[in-house]
Write a protein that binds this ligand. Structure first.
Ligand SMILES: Nc1ncnc2c1ncn2[C@@H]1O[C@H](COP(=O)(O)OP(=O)(O)O)[C@@H](O)[C@H]1O
Ligand SMILES: [Mg+2]
Length: 160
């Protein structure tokens, strides 16, 4: 993995597919619930691919599939933990979605991963990791990870 630029609160790297998957594995070994991870970037950037590898590394046994048209999907891992995978693509401010998201964010045993949080960003918790996927070429992405809040910043430090 090539580290292009780092500062206190963000980490920027260029990854091929295997390195994106390795990063997801590494992140899974560093996070603990509750944690919010927001995934940003264009269609095909690698958000769902990342989530699948991340969930598998957490210990999710079911196959993780894109929640598009389902708002979110829930997966169990470990003893009593859950991964909640939201995909809010094209959803506008909607009370049902808001409530669903708020409920999952309040659960201490849950890691919440949100793709396309855009319209709902005002209800996302302050302490969060934001992972942005930028298209470089067919096989490579620039990934920028930033952290807000003490817990997320500590995780980011451990990814360096
Ligand atoms: N460096 C890379 N990192 C992540 N995905 C990559 C990379 N190179 C190619 N890909 C491919 O890009 C696609 C990303 O799709 P997906 O994860 O569904 O994107 P999104 O959820 O952001 O729309 C997958 O087919 C994946 O195999
Ligand atoms: Mg996706």
């Amino acid at each position: 993995m090539e580290y292009m630029n780092t500062d206190q609160k963000s980490l920027r790297l260029t990854t091929d597919l295997s390195q994106s998957l390795a990063l997801a594995n590494k992140l899974a070994s560093e996070v603990s619930s509750p944690q919010l991870i927001e995934l940003v970037g264009d269609l095909g950037g690698g958000k769902t691919t990342f989530t699948k590898a991340f969930g598998k590394a957490l210990g999710v046994e079911k196959t993780i599939t894109s929640p598009t048209f389902n708002i979110h999907r829930s997966y169990e891992y470990g003893r009593a933990n859950r991964l909640e995978h939201f995909d809010l693509y094209r959803l506008t401010d909607d009370e049902i979605v808001q409530n669903e998201l708020s409920e999952k964010l309040a659960d201490p045993n849950t890691i919440v991963v949100v793709e396309w949080a855009g319209n709902f960003s005002q209800i996302l918790k302050n302490d969060r990791l934001v992972i942005e996927f930028r298209f470089v070429d067919e096989n490579n992405r620039e990934i920028v990870i930033s952290a807000t809040g003490a817990k997320s910043q500590a995780i980011l430090e451990r990814l360096r």
